[in-house]
Design a binder for this molecule. Structure first.
Ligand code: BT5
Length: 251
């Protein structure tokens, strides 16, 4: 769908959100972190861009999206909740709910720690960055609305990114106070055979069954010896149930 002129300036946001749209920036996350450090950003400030020159994934990986095709947004959450991972979970759940409203029959859900999946392919990713000085978290979401790299998923461009953002904010507001049950329901990783790869060191990758998430948001993986490993960070490969213990993984 061609971008709708002026849609970003229309009042389509639920109340309480301060949404700023820019055509281009380095990274919406970096901008909000800088604004927090400067004391010019607050809870529920939202920055959305048509294009990012240095869109970031986790671990300094790149987040790619052509001009205007996808939702590239960052949200300030302040103060930092007792369990910082909760805000990442909330944005992920809101994204899944928004996608479900657009594609009611879609097979969509979350992959630990920060991916939104559509039919087992990556539809979106979240990068949460904390400002300790400002007691805030910036949660960045890239959601493939009209474009996806090879092997990833998109929504097929049925909506404008602004409309997807409006749904996302609505769904965020509709989440219950206690999201723990809902989060586990939407977490497709649970019960799967997984390989957990740690930053920079795949020799220590752990393969096992993702049996739970604890109340700090850590993934619990039980290995073949029955030992449970807890992960704060890591990249997960969902292994096919009938496949060999390594390889054949879908990211
Ligand atoms: C993420 O990292 O999935 C977090 C992405 C967060 C992006 C948002 S956009 C708004 C805000 N501002 C920013 O600068 N960032 C946030 P990670 O799990 O590390 O995944 C990154 C990897 O996903 C890359 O190394 C690529 O392999 C792949 N990738 C890059 N662009 C993609 C896309 N559009 N769709 C699917 N996969 C992509």
């Amino acid at each position: 769908m061609a971008p709708t002129p002026g849609i970003w300036s229309e009042p389509i946001w639920p109340s309480g959100w301060a949404v700023t749209h820019v055509e281009e920036t380095g990274s919406t996350n970096a901008d909000l972190l800088a604004a927090l450090e400067a004391g010019t950003a607050a809870d529920r400030d939202v920055l959305v861009a048509d294009y990012q020159r240095r869109g970031r994934g986790r671990l300094d990986r790149r987040w790619e999206a052509p001009v205007g095709a996808n939702l590239l947004v960052s949200i300030v959450s302040s103060p930092v909740p007792e369990v910082p991972a909760e805000v990442t979970q909330r944005v992920g759940l809101a994204a899944v709910a928004a996608v479900a409203r657009l594609l009611p029959n879609a097979n969509t859900g979350l992959k630990w720690p920060n991916d939104i999946l559509l039919d087992d392919r990556k539809l979106g990713g979240i990068l949460a960055q904390r400002s300790f000085d400002a007691n805030a978290v910036v949660i960045g979401l890239g959601l493939n609305v009209g474009w996806a790299p090879e092997g990833a998923a998109s929504l097929g461009g049925a909506k404008h990114p602004a409309e997807v953002l409006a749904l996302l904010l609505e769904e965020f507001d509709a989440l219950p106070d206690d999201i723990s049950g809902l989060y586990r329901e939407r977490l497709l990783t649970l019960g799967k055979s997984v390989r957990v790869e740690l930053p920079g060191d795949n020799e220590d990758a752990v393969t096992g069954i993702a049996e739970g998430v604890d109340n700090r948001g850590r993934l619990l993986v039980s290995d073949e010896q029955g030992v449970t490993h807890k992960f704060d960070v890591g990249d997960i490969v969902h292994l096919r149930a009938a496949g060999p213990p390594t390889g054949n993984g879908d990211r």
